[in-house]
Design a protein. Structure first.
Length: 415
């Protein structure tokens, strides 16, 4: 009881002494963001001489209702946590699609860790969080990009989550297939120029739309497309006409970010704007829409005439993928908890139709049970004795994601 009170008082003093609630990489890597029951478990296992028991652990995710596939992202962060630890890791290449279950209803692992349990037990919480969030964002971004049917999509959602996750979110969204993102943090890390237009506050400070637009055109770098926000103080159609007359041939696009309270039929507004631009001879001027968009609304807006999409909350604050870690082998013996399948598993994927079959670690699959195509192992060894074996370029990861998600397509009728 006395120790508990001392711990509580210490926590209280720490809370009073700091306004910084962001846990740094070393805190995470040291296991200081773990669930307390894992700490207590490891203390017991150490005292009983079982902490270093050799285990195999599988990571699999339950997809949200209506989702037929997810996009695997976050592997780079997981490898960073495990770097230098005595473990071997197999995983799907980052950017690969995955399912919750294979064609036979067997849970599909996206990653397998082998090694002494003590080497990664306290990192379980962090690894699951990394995979759940990254895969959730990448999957949401991929769904939006597939729905856009080739139209450019930009991630504008970092203001919808904790700033400590800004670069994480933009990277995952980029893996999912967005054409760009707004965050400068991810831009610096990835060497990609962030994308953005202008906020409503910019217009309000000038007080007159033409004054704000002219200032933007005067001072923005030459390589920044002249995309003007046209819905701040008056009717969208009116502002678009004024913007077109002001900038003329320099106008690249107009952006509509109309709030819900003024939106009415957003698709009809887009059709009106497209009509007026075409009527005035500005057929090359694109229409960008943003504000509350998701994979369902985008298709209708595209048919109405929207050319580009800025998507925020539905990507950055996406539904997480519910990942879990399960021991499947302990001390060389297959094990499982209730509701799971024992033994280490491998995933075979058809190179043609991309369906998956889960089999035992030493087993294999020859032909695809659906199309007769060639089946190949989907997971690769990414770490050996704590040393990373892969370090893929972000563009290669993104290309893999887009090729697979576009091939599988999107069934919005099931949502």
């Amino acid at each position: 009881m006395r120790k508990t009170l001392m711990f509580t008082r210490l926590c209280f003093l720490i809370n009073l002494a700091t306004d910084n609630w962001i846990c740094g990489f070393e805190e995470v890597r040291s296991g200081l963001t773990t669930d307390v029951y894992l700490e207590r478990m490891m203390e017991t296992l150490r005292k009983d001489g079982k902490a270093d028991t050799h285990v195999w652990a599988e990571f699999s995710g339950d997809l949200p209702d209506g989702y037929e596939w997810g996009v695997f992202a976050g592997l780079n962060e997981v490898m960073g946590l495990l770097n230098g630890r005595n473990v071997d890791v197999w995983a799907l290449p980052e950017g690969s699609v995955f399912r919750g279950e294979d064609v036979n209803g067997i849970e599909e692992p996206v990653m397998v860790i082998s090694g002494p349990y003590s080497e990664f037990a306290l990192l379980e919480t962090a690894i699951l969080g990394i995979l759940s969030y990254n895969c959730g964002v990448a999957t949401a971004a991929a769904r939006v990009k597939v729905a856009a049917e080739g139209a450019p999509v930009f991630a504008f959602g970092i203001r919808r989550m904790h700033p400590a996750l800004a670069a994480v979110s933009d990277r995952a969204a980029y893996i999912g297939g967005v054409d760009g993102f707004s965050g400068v943090g991810a831009g610096r890390r990835l060497g990609i120029t962030p994308v953005g237009t202008m906020p409503h506050s910019f217009i309000l400070i000038y007080g007159r739309q033409e004054d704000a637009w002219s200032a933007f055109d005067k001072y923005a770098p030459p390589d920044v497309p002249r995309t003007l926000l046209c819905d701040t103080l008056s009717d969208e159609k009116d502002e678009v006409i004024r913007a077109a007359k002001l900038l003329g041939a320099k106008l690249a696009a107009v952006r509509l970010d109309t709030p819900k309270s003024r939106r009415g039929d957003f698709e009809h507004i887009v059709r009106e704007v497209r009509w007026e631009l075409d009527r005035l001879g500005f057929k090359k001027v694109k229409i960008m829409v943003s504000g509350g968009l998701d994979e369902k609304s985008i298709r209708g807006l595209k048919k109405a005439g929207a050319d580009m999409f800025g998507v925020g909350t539905s990507i950055a604050a996406a539904r997480v993928i519910d990942f879990s870690m399960d021991l499947c082998q302990v001390g060389g013996k297959p094990v499982s908890k209730r509701g799971r399948f024992s033994g280490v598993k491998s995933v075979y994927r058809c190179t043609e139709c991309l369906i998956d079959v889960v089999v035992g670690w030493e087993d294999s699959v020859g032909k695809c049970p659906k199309c007769g195509g060639i089946m190949k192992p989907a997971m690769i060894k990414v770490m050996e004795s704590g040393k990373p074996l892969v370090n893929e370029d972000i563009q290669k990861i993104r290309t893999r994601s887009m090729q697979q998600t576009l091939k599988l397509g999107l069934n919005l009728d099931s949502n």
